[in-house]
Structure formats: C-alpha cells, structure tokens
Write a protein that binds this ligand. Structure first.
Ligand SMILES: Cc1cc2nc3c(=O)[nH]c(=O)nc-3n(C[C@H](O)[C@H](O)[C@H](O)COP(=O)(O)OP(=O)(O)OC[C@H]3O[C@@H](n4cnc5c(N)ncnc54)[C@H](O)[C@@H]3O)c2cc1C
Length: 294
C-alpha cells in the first residue's frame, strides 16, 4: 500500500480549502484498506476517510493523521436483483446512474447530494423527504481490528448523524430499492435538480448546508437571511447571496474565513432568536468555533 505524505486536502474538498494530510492512501480493495488501517495503528495515527469532501471543512494547517480516499473496487456501484450495491467511495451520481439503468427507484433524492455512499452513511444524508436510513439495508464497516456488516438499525442513523465511531470506514453499502419505470425516474430526477437549482447555489464551491435546521419555525437558511447575512463576506469566503445557509468560496477563501463566517452566523442567530445553531459540516484538523457569550 503506497502511503503519500503531505497531500494537500484542498484538492479533495468541494470548498477547495484545507492544508495537507500527514499521510494519504488510496486503497482500492478491502485488503488494501485493512493494510492502510494497520499502518495507521502502527504509527498511532488517527484515520479519516474523505469521500467527495462535500461536507468537510479542513483546517488550513491540515490534519496530522492518515486520510483515505477509497477507489477501485471500493468505489464501484452495481445492481443485484433489487439491491443497489455501492462501494463506500462510490459517488452518488454513479450509484444513481446504475439504479436508473436497472429500473430501480428510491435513490432519486440523492441526485441533490454530491457525495459518496460511505459519506452518506456517516451523515445519514438526505433530501426531499428521503435519506440513507429510508433505503439502506446494511453497510460493511471496517476498522483496524475487524470488518463486519451492520444492519440499518445498528448504524445509529438520525438527522444528519450516525453512530459510526472515529476510525470506522464504510467499505460497502447495500440499498434496497423498488422497481420503477426508467422514464419516471428520469422525470423525478430532472424535477428535483430543477428545484435545487432554483433555490441553492449550484455552480459555486460550497460544502452544502452549513448548519442543521434548528427546532424552530425558521430553517437555518431563513434565520440567517433574517439576520441580514446574505452576501456577508469575510476574507475570500461569503455567505451565499442565494441561500444564507451556504458559504461560498468567493475568491481564494481559506478555511479560517469560512470558520469566521460560521462564528458570526451563530452569534447573530443566538442574539436575534436565542437559537444555538449546530453545524452540519464536519471539521477535520484543529478547527473549533469560538464560543460566544450566552
Ligand atoms: C452543493 C451541495 C449540496 C448538498 N446537499 C445536501 C443535501 O441535500 N442533503 C445532505 O444530506 N447533504 C448535502 N450536502 C452535503 C454532502 O454532500 C453530504 O453530507 C454527503 O453525504 C457527504 O458525502 P461525502 O462523500 O462528500 O463525504 P465527505 O464530505 O468527504 O465527508 C463527510 C464525513 O463523512 C465521513 N466519510 C466519508 N466517507 C466515508 C466512509 N466511506 N466511511 C466512513 N466515513 C466516511 C468523513 O470522514 C466525514 O466525517 C451537500 C453538499 C453540497 C456541496
């Protein structure tokens, strides 16, 4: 297993920010994945998988651990009967393509989610009323000691959350889908994509929703909009003028710019609404939101 050093993670995040990983590997089989995990254990390194980096904010000074990018067999997708079987690193677009070609419906909502099957498990990704927990049958979870299948109920899935522990890697996912005419799938996907395009910045570098929707009548986006934050800019990052729960890399942003915007957004939501917004984006490396006075 080839281990690279100091690979810049900005190449692997949709925001396009983030410093280097101390170690980086691209396992393509289960055996290579186990090797890489064994290496990390020997070297006492924390392990993190990067999917499509579509929900990741990586510290500008990087991550002092091993980053894995799943490829080869671990990033394929295929259909077996009414199961969609996807490697942990398989992009959702590829998995959806396979399902559609086989006339299997149920995965259409994922057309709006630019991640991977494994990243979707970690986040219990969802959109338009569907999420991973609604179609996931089981997932193959691997760590340095073990590899085993976990059924949906054993994965601790709830709103944008799973019970996966640090260092656990989703190597394969099985989704149970239902037969649906290909034309219907195409129409639904086109409709969802049009809705997405009308509401969110789709041609900008972002990491998706910044904050989870709070338990409040306003969504996080509407709340931040009402706080006057649309278009607010710090350094090279700005709150999307289109949708206030997105941060765009406007011009040479650094992760610290995005973090500063998040801190400002949380402070204003607290001051105006008494709501403590919880971030959805996952932090990698030494990143922390500053506390504000409550
Ligand atoms: C334009 C845009 C729109 C988006 N819309 C939505 C949406 O509608 N709904 C939604 O839920 N999300 C949305 N997102 C966020 C993001 O796409 C999802 O959270 C997605 O599931 C993340 O997948 P990823 O593979 O890119 O994971 P990454 O961002 O690379 O990683 C996210 C987390 O998952 C972990 N992870 C990744 N792969 C694995 C694996 N194989 N095993 C274990 N852990 C893993 C990472 O370590 C990290 O903790 C959007 C993002 C963008 C940029």
């Amino acid at each position: 297993m080839n281990i690279e050093e100091r690979v810049r993670l900005s190449r692997y995040t949709t925001l396009g920010t983030g410093g280097p990983a101390r170690a980086f590997a691209r396992p393509e089989t289960l055996a290579e994945l186990r090797d890489a995990l064994g290496f990390a254990r020997e070297q006492e390194l924390d392990v993190v998988v990067v999917g499509l980096g579509s929900n990741l904010l990586v510290a500008d000074d990087g991550f002092e651990g091993l980053v894995l990018k799943l490829g080869g067999e671990l990033a394929r997708a295929e259909v077996r009967d009414d199961l969609l079987v996807a490697g942990g690193g398989a992009p959702n677009a590829v998995a959806l393509h396979r399902a559609r070609a086989a006339g299997l419906g149920g995965f259409e909502f994922a057309c709006a989610i630019p991640g991977t099957a494994g990243g979707g498990v970690r986040m219990n990704a969802g959109a338009y009323g569907g999420d991973w927990s609604s179609i996931l049958e089981r997932a193959l979870v691997v760590d340095a000691d073990d590899a085993g299948w976990r059924a949906r109920d054993e994965l601790g899935l709830s709103y944008r959350r799973s019970g996966l522990r640090p260092g656990e890697v989703v190597a394969e996912v099985e989704f149970r889908l239902t037969p649906r005419p290909v034309a219907e799938i195409k129409t639904l996907v086109a409709d969802l994509q049009a809705r997405r395009k009308a509401a969110q910045p789709t041609n900008k570098r972002t990491y998706g929703s910044v904050f989870k929707n709070p338990d409040h009548e306003l969504t996080a986006g509407r709340m931040l909009e009402a706080c006057g934050l649309r278009g607010h800019r710090i350094g090279g990052a700005q709150i999307s003028p289109r949708h206030a729960n997105f941060i765009e890399n406007a011009d040479g942003a650094r992760s610290e710019d995005a973090l500063a915007l998040m801190a400002e957004a949380r402070r204003r939501a607290w001051e105006q609404y008494g709501v403590d917004l919880e971030h959805e984006v996952v932090f990698l490396g030494d990143l922390e939101l500053p506390q504000f006075e409550k």
